[in-house]
Write a protein that binds this ligand. Structure first.
Ligand code: NAP
Length: 637
């Protein structure tokens, strides 16, 4: 695509105003684009990205005009890109109105290269030190990159035959991102040629593959290798791993000095204990175990669940099935996303191709909104008494979403009682869609069942009132055992202590990463790092990885054999997390969710602003860890 004046006039309006101002200022050096009058006006309790960044129509038109003129001048000048004296600081300052609270975090999200301040050669000359990473999905690959940059040897174990983690396993029809593609991608591997605003599964798999190739990680991955046991060996301060070859079932032993779990928390399908499930003659498949042989075309299909997986499967099979029966226990909150299934427009493609940093600023903008906006509307007001909402802004959010639902069900008002959730917005993860869910429920051959399932029989499913629903295929979109962290590996720490027994049903980790008694063991996407309403999991993984790398640095700098959090730091942290969660919609409401264990304790969710996790994971504090030296005496750093 060319950069003629006509193209500029035609395509610039397809852009988001604020990211355009930043990226065109960066490209052209035109500082008038960063005038005070164009600074975004954001409301801390916003429920959607405001049009024109909160600027009035009149000011926005003036800004677009300046952008067009700046681009025309730039392209006509023949000047090379990147020849301006504007710094990231200038732009961040424009965006944040001079407040530097978020400046460092923003630079990180822009993908500004972070200097590697140390290497293994400097801190551990001649030391035999290898880190084992379990899982080659989003977290594992990013961890491997961080270690490679720091000069630390590693080996990765992946039970599948390729990279991609959850995107490798979840192969059901319609599987795609339900959060923005840009915000989901790594800050340090941003891409401008995404085909969808919400990437389809195959695109994400390709992205991870490209990343692994780009970083030359593939040669360090042992595919078809499942770590089944990890035992800490006190004598030589190593983790001994039992690794099963998933094809031959042979088990081999591998020893590493440190171990990183990057297995995620949505890797163990949860199949409820339905009475007589095994008696049902029809095919049954969990959403995460969907395979190309699943036969749904022309069949009577039952889907159990209405969470993130079910609401993607149903609209994508409904036109090809004989009948669709959806069993709903509680209705999901769904955020309107008109571009949910759309391909990226020609205008946006033009902007991505021709304004070198537009994609970075757009990603930052989306991240910025999801960082500050939804936090405020999911915070519970202790003086608010309603079961429908947790605060005044939360009630406003609810009202806006209910209005949207009512618009989608005109002519089908009989469904309204079933599809308007009774619990507060933010008590569970919200979904996004473009109206297809509502259209699916309104199909004449779709039935939404809200009554409890009593049992299965040979022909299908019976609910408690005795109604029977025949099914050739039952899709169990019933989620994952999200609170059972590291549940697929038998982990044994100091003195043979079993992690499973140590945790019981309450998985916890200091900073979501480390556990006393389990030296040199680190988790990415560990306990209480899950996000319900704000930000992106990618951000949380990047933060945890930074902390892990810092822990390893401490270990290598000091010549210690092992590092782990102190009991005090761990206990204090857990208490602080519990207090925080009590103040958020996902805990203040009594609504059931996979973030809570059987006792109702939330071991999954992160309760504070994202900035807090970012800051917590930048460094290792002196009094939070214990180091063990080869002579085995313990000392704080
Ligand atoms: P989920 O959100 O936990 O949903 C499970 C569904 O099954 C819920 O509707 C649940 O009802 C229902 N259910 C569970 N046990 C049941 C029972 N005994 N009887 C009737 N219904 C039952 O699981 P998911 O949809 O697989 O999603 C899990 C997580 O994976 C998401 O929160 C998200 O983090 C991730 N995910 C992401 C994407 C994406 O980005 N595209 C896609 C899929 C999944 P209740 O709500 O009443 O508990």
């Amino acid at each position: 695509m060319t950069t003629s004046a006509q193209d500029i006039d035609r395509f610039v309006d397809a852009g988001e105003l604020i990211p355009l101002l930043c990226s065109v200022a960066e490209l052209s050096g035109d500082r008038t684009l960063l005038a005070d009058e164009f600074r975004p006006k954001l409301d801390l309790e916003m429920i959607a990205i405001p049009e024109f960044g909160g600027l009035s129509q009149e000011v926005a038109e003036e800004a677009f005009e300046r952008i067009r003129n700046a681009l025309k001048r730039h392209f006509a000048s023949g000047r090379k890109n990147g020849q301006t004296d504007l710094s990231a600081e200038d732009l961040v300052d424009f965006l944040t109105d001079g407040s530097d609270e978020y400046a460092d975090l923003m630079r990180h999200e822009l993908g500004e290269p972070e200097p590697v301040t140390w290497t293994k050669d400097e801190v551990a000359v001649g030391r035999d030190f290898v880190v084992g990473i379990v899982g080659a999905g989003q977290s594992g690959l990013a961890m491997a990159r961080a270690l490679r940059r720091s000069g630390i040897d590693f080996v990765m174990f992946e039970k599948a035959d390729k990279v991609g983690g959850t995107w490798r396993w979840n192969a059901y029809p319609g599987c795609r991102l339900d959060t923005s593609t840009l915000a989901y991608s790594y800050s340090f591997f941003q891409r401008r040629d995404w085909r969808h605003y919400f990437a389809v599964r195959e695109e994400i798999e390709d992205y991870y593959n490209d990343f692994a190739e780009h970083e030359r990680l593939l040669e360090s991955i042992r595919f078809n290798s499942k770590v089944v046991r990890a035992s800490w060996k006190e004598d030589d301060s190593r983790w001994e791993l039992a690794v099963e070859d998933t094809r031959s079932c042979e088990v081999s032993t591998v020893r590493v000095q440190a171990l990183v779990s990057a297995v995620g928390f949505l890797n163990q399908p949860k199949i409820p204990d339905f009475a007589d499930l095994d008696k049902c003659q029809g095919e049954k498949v969990h959403s995460a175990e969907w395979h190309s042989g699943v036969e749904y075309r022309g069949k009577r299909v039952a889907i159990i669940g209405t969470g993130a997986s079910a609401y993607q499967i149903a609209p994508n099979i409904v036109d090809e099935v004989e009948s669709l029966t959806i069993f709903q226990r509680s209705a999901p909150w769904i955020l309107p996303a008109p571009l949910y299934e759309a391909e990226v427009s020609q205008g946006r493609q033009w902007l991505m191709e021709n304004i070198p940093t537009y994609h970075r600023w757009l990603r930052m903008w989306e991240f910025w909104f999801s960082t500050i906006g939804k936090y405020a509307v999911t915070k519970a007001d202790p003086n608010w008494s309603s079961t429908e909402s947790v605060s005044e802004p939360n009630q406003r959010f609810r009202d806006a979403l209910v209005q949207n639902i009512r618009r989608q069900y005109v002519g089908h008002e009989d469904l309204l009682d079933s599809v308007i959730p009774s619990y507060p917005v933010g008590a569970k993860r919200m979904l996004r869609d473009n109206g297809r869910w509502a259209r699916t429920l309104q199909q004449p051959h779709t039935v939404l069942v809200t009554e409890e399932i009593d049992k299965f029989d040979e022909e299908g499913i019976r609910t408690v009132s005795g109604d029977h629903h025949r099914a050739h295929l039952t899709v169990l979109a019933t989620g994952f055992d999200g609170t059972n962290y590291l549940g697929t590996i038998d982990v044994r720490g100091r003195g043979g202590l079993s992690l499973r027994e140590h945790w019981g049903d309450e998985s916890r980790a200091h900073k979501g990463v480390a556990i006393p008694g389990f030296p040199n063991l680190f988790c990415v996407q560990g306990p209480n790092t899950g996000l319900v309403a704000i930000g992106s999991q990618t951000f949380m993984a990047e933060c945890a990885i930074n902390y892990i790398t810092e822990c390893l640095r401490q270990l290598l700098v000091t010549g210690a054999a092992a590092i782990e959090p102190t009991q005090d730091a761990y206990r204090g942290y857990v208490k602080w997390i519990e207090e925080g969660n009590r103040g958020m919609a996902w805990a203040a409401s009594a609504e059931r969710s996979w973030y809570r264990n059987a006792n109702g304790t939330n071991t999954v969710s992160w309760p504070y602003p994202l900035l807090t996790y970012y800051e917590l994971t930048r460094s290792v504090e002196e009094d939070e860890v214990v180091m063990t030296y080869p002579s085995t005496q313990k000392t704080s750093v």
